[in-house]
Design a protein around this ligand. Structure first.
Ligand code: 13P
Length: 250
């Protein structure tokens, strides 16, 4: 087992009102499972402040699901890293495949957002992952390498000190189909090798979460892999029982 602290994150996506989110963190904050994991939830931008207040003083951190790269200005509909921070966020998810697929996110925009998030002292979770066609076409390593390099372009190992990467194979998100533990471990080891090639010793510290249909019944085996340092959980993070069981598995 590595010395990296496992990190279990719940990406609520477009689910849960402020009230529902408060109820969920209150249920999670009860000292049920003993776990050494760092834990965070990611409500909608609108619910974030209320959930962060409810989670204050507990072991549960709160983060945003996205942000804009500029701090303020004429950017209708956007939210900045500094506003997320002021609302109580400690983390920001960047480059989720749903944002890449539906909202035009690119490696370049992820890079600009990553720079903004780090400048605010927030912890970034950069999401990467391949489609099934890319995997079947033998392009897995090419895609992951391009996404890591693109996201981190122009940044130094010192700036990236808190970087978290989430490897989420797109074919495993919301499908009930999980990567095998071997597929996950192989991809994570490859991603770590890319970070090593770019940033040396940062590779030993960077935490790489697995995401894609993580459930209570597969979490333990995935989290036991040497290069799997946590999980980014979608559907199962919406239920206190399931998410609590995944936290306990870490
Ligand atoms: P599911 O756990 O619902 O497959 O979602 C994974 C995910 O996209 C987390 O960011």
């Amino acid at each position: 087992m590595s010395t990296r602290t496992p990190f279990i994150a719940g990406n609520w996506k477009l689910n849960l009102s402020g009230e529902e989110g408060i109820a969920l963190v209150q249920a999670l904050a009860k000292p049920a499972a003993v776990s050494r994991a760092e834990v965070a939830v990611f409500p909608t931008a609108l619910a974030l402040q209320a959930v962060a207040k409810a989670a204050a003083g507990s072991r549960i951190g709160v983060g945003g699901q996205n942000c804009h790269w500029e701090e303020k200005g004429a950017f209708t509909g956007e939210v900045s890293a500094s506003l997320l921070k002021a609302a109580g966020a400690r983390y920001v998810i960047l480059g989720h495949s749903e944002r890449r697929q539906f909202f035009g996110e690119t490696d370049q925009t992820v890079n600009r957002k990553l720079t903004a998030v780090l400048a605010q002292g927030l912890v970034p979770i950069v999401c990467i992952g391949e489609t099934l066609a890319e995997r079947d076409g033998g392009k897995l390593e090419e895609v992951l390498s391009r996404q890591v390099r693109g996201a981190c372009a122009g940044l130094s190992a010192t700036q990236l000190g808190t970087l978290v990467i989430a490897y989420e194979p797109i074919w495993a998100i919301g499908t009930g189909r999980t990567a095998t533990t071997q597929q996950a471990q192989d991809a994570h080891a490859f991603v770590r090798s890319q970070v090593h090639a770019l940033f040396g010793g940062l590779a030993d510290r960077v935490r790489i979460q697995y995401g894609g249909s993580v459930k209570p019944d597969n979490a333990k085996e995935l989290l036991a892999q040497p290069d799997v340092d946590g999980a980014l959980v979608g559907g199962a993070s919406l239920k206190a029982g399931d998410f609590g069981a995944i936290i306990a598995a870490a």
